[in-house]
Design a protein. Structure first.
Length: 155
């Protein structure tokens, strides 16, 4: 299933792919508790990319048969906001819907973890919505544990 999958470090040329796939998948990151128009969600994603690409980061691209099928964007100089301890932070990860459940996300995470270890970063963190059960299962299988919870109340 993953034998023909290749993970490589992305370049500036891969940013358009990451932007397009991220825009197509960004709704997966929105909780049903927050009503937000698509234009606002897409604009927030664009701001996230601008922020991430404007600081030290690593972009990983997953390819199957030479075609890109997913990406992971990791920040490498964003310390934990509570402890100020260094960490790698997965700013965004997306996999084409037809490729989900085929090991792409796990391979991207493994590559990012290896890079974080090479850089001497002691932790790797990410955020996921409570409702995104497939992503949460993937992260748990890869060793991530819930550290904090963001609570929300509609007014």
């Amino acid at each position: 299933m993953t034998a023909d999958l290749r993970i490589r470090t992305g370049t500036e040329n891969d940013r358009a792919f990451a932007r397009a796939l991220g825009r197509a998948c960004v709704r997966d990151s929105v909780s049903s508790l927050r009503v937000a128009p698509d234009l606002l969600v897409e604009a927030a994603f664009e701001r996230l990319l601008d922020l991430a690409f404007g600081q030290p980061h690593v972009l990983f691209v997953a390819e199957r048969g030479g075609a890109p099928v997913g990406f992971l964007l990791m920040l490498v100089e964003l310390p934990d906001e509570v402890t100020a301890v260094p960490q790698a932070f997965v700013a965004f990860m997306a996999v084409k819907p037809a490729e989900r459940g085929r090991g792409v996300g796990a391979r991207l995470l493994a590559e990012a973890e290896g890079e974080a270890k090479r850089r001497g970063l002691p932790y790797m963190a990410l955020m996921v919505t409570e409702e995104n059960a497939p992503a949460r299962r993937l992260y748990e299988r890869c060793g991530f544990r819930t550290e904090r919870r963001l609570l929300c109340k509609a007014l």
